[in-house]
Design a protein around this ligand. Structure first.
Ligand code: NAD
Length: 481
């Protein structure tokens, strides 16, 4: 059984072997700058070897009884939960989020493994009436083949399990390319999978500092039949174009520009709590985090006062320290983006209510910031800030809020607070988003289909729909009966 100290791994995982490399890159703690480990910077050839290992493992993996795949997934789930604390500490150190959030992510990430361990047994086809008296139609659901997962740094564990658990359940081997900022959690996950008994080649982790080189292999190699990407919209578009050459099935979980609408009949205390959860979790570095607060005239000043008061309670610091609610941002570029959005908003008439500056702790720590009187001309209206900035827009009529909310090329998550049931229905139906939270600030769960519309992506993760992404339908026409 793996001990917690075994979870800090500095080797990649290919074909069931832990692979070192001469070329390596450092993984640093964003809170302290400390180098936690140096991991292999693998090459395109290594990536091709990982694909070959996955392809070789596929026939046996798909032939395994669904119950046996389910048992392996269940064993992986149990090991992840048994090491929840060690994984959470590792994640906080390489990613920066507060420890309580890391523990939450381990539980959330593990829930996909548990869910798809159950669902593996329910991958069903169907029999349909034939188009002639002597014919029958069978619809078989078969695993698509090798899946390549390219994942971001903001959820180093859950974005991997959300893709790999349904793929593995369906009978597909996987090659994972974790983000260069957070490969350690991915490698720890692979160690726990190895411990659970997954056969060699079924799970591979390719660490690399030059993602484009690995991405090129994973999106163009004909042996990879499915690419599942979570990350920014520009990179997603590029990968999607690369997938076209071999007509690969692709899932894209991309950026967002989530609106959070507060109508004048809302329960303001609940709205403020929802706002804190949705905006400041992971220091505002989540794809579903609120990017724009749209607040109706009647409650505009009251909402801003209460939100600012709650923000003053957000303790900023090293995620490992007791009581910290906001950790550092991932790197200097993230800080620069937040600063540019604040400067642009203030230049165009925004009003700074609190924060606005790098935190006195230095490094990449930043003050929780609230800017009021924001308008559609400002950058924050159209671009994802990905940091602890809460911009507040004012609106008058309900229709205006829905139009403002939809005035973006993104369509991932939207939130709103209201009490009137007609207003609730009108808004729910009017929002062009893949996910809508009503009187709720957190919506991710393995039980629901997660995903976006418009330029926020293609495909869904979680729920039974998440499994369909890793299967193909085979129609068999049985004649001569
Ligand atoms: P990113 O696009 O920079 O990187 C994501 C992954 O792609 C990383 O593993 C990176 O190494 C890799 N990558 C980068 N360039 C590549 C290339 N040319 N070829 C192949 N791979 C490449 O995104 P990020 O900064 O890590 O993550 C933040 C973004 O992810 C935000 O836009 C956020 O909204 C989005 N996100 C979306 C979801 C969702 O479910 N929709 C969830 C989390 C994050």
């Amino acid at each position: 059984m793996t001990s917690p100290s075994d979870l800090l791994i500095d080797k990649a995982y290919v074909a069931g072997q832990w692979r070192a490399a001469e070329r390596r890159f450092p993984v640093t703690d964003p809170a302290t700058g400390e180098v936690l480990a140096e991991v292999p910077d693998l090459s395109a050839d290594d990536a091709r070897e990982a694909v070959a290992a996955a392809e070789a493992a596929w026939p046996a993996w798909r032939r395994l009884a669904a119950k046996e795949r389910a048992a392996l997934l269940r064993g992986w789930f149990e090991r992840i939960m048994a090491h929840q604390e060690a994984l959470a500490r590792l994640m906080t150190r390489e990613q920066g989020k507060p420890l309580a959030e890391s523990r939450g992510e381990v539980g959330y990430g593990a829930s996909f493994v548990e869910y798809y361990a159950e669902e593996a047994k329910r991958v069903a086809g169907e029999t349909l009436p034939g188009h002639g008296a002597d014919k029958r139609i069978l619809v078989m659901r078969e695993p698509i083949g090798v899946m390549a997962a390219i994942t971001p740094w903001n959820f180093p564990l859950a974005m991997i399990t959300r893709k790999c658990a349904p793929a593995l359940a369906a009978g597909c081997p996987v090659v994972i390319k974790p983000a260069e900022a957070t490969p350690l959690t991915a490698l720890a996950l692979a160690r726990l999978a190895e411990d659970a008994g997954f056969p060699a080649g079924v799970i591979n982790v390719v660490t690399a500092a030059r993602p484009a080189e690995i991405g090129e292999v994973l999106t163009t190699d004909p042996r990879v039949r499915k690419v599942s990407f979570t990350g920014s919209t520009p990179v997603g578009k590029r990968l999607l174009a690369q997938c076209a050459g071999t007509v690969k099935k692709a899932s894209m979980e991309l950026g967002g520009n989530a609106p959070f609408i507060v109508f004048d009949d809302a329960d303001l205390d609940a709205a403020v709590e929802g706002a804190i959860a949705s905006k400041f979790r992971n220091a505002g570095q989540t794809c579903v985090c609120t990017n724009r607060f749209l607040v109706q005239d009647g409650v505009y000043d009251a909402f801003i006062d209460r939100l600012a008061a709650r923000m003053a309670e957000l303790k900023v610091g090293n995620g490992l320290d007791e009581g910290v609610l906001q950790g550092p941002l991932i790197n200097d570029a993230a800080v620069a983006k937040v600063q540019s959005h604040i400067a642009d908003a203030l230049e165009h008439g925004g009003r700074l209510v609190c924060g606005g500056e790098p935190h006195r702790l230095g490094g990449t720590f930043f003050q929780p910031t609230l800017v009021a009187d924001v308008t559609a001309e400002m950058k924050v209206a159209t671009e994802e800030t990905f940091g602890p900035l809460a911009p507040v827009f004012r609106f008058h009529e309900d229709e205006e809020a829905i139009a403002m909310a939809n005035a973006t090329e993104f369509g991932l998550a939207a939130y709103f607070y209201a009490r009137d049931y007609q207003r609730i229905w009108r808004t729910m139906e009017g929002l062009e988003y893949g996910m809508v939270a009503v009187n709720e600030g957190l919506l991710s769960t393995e039980l629901a289909p997660f995903g976006g519309v418009k330029e926020s992506g293609l495909g869904r993760e979680g729920s039974r729909h998440g499994l369909d992404e890793y299967t193909e339908l085979k129609y068999v026409c049985v004649g001569g009966l």
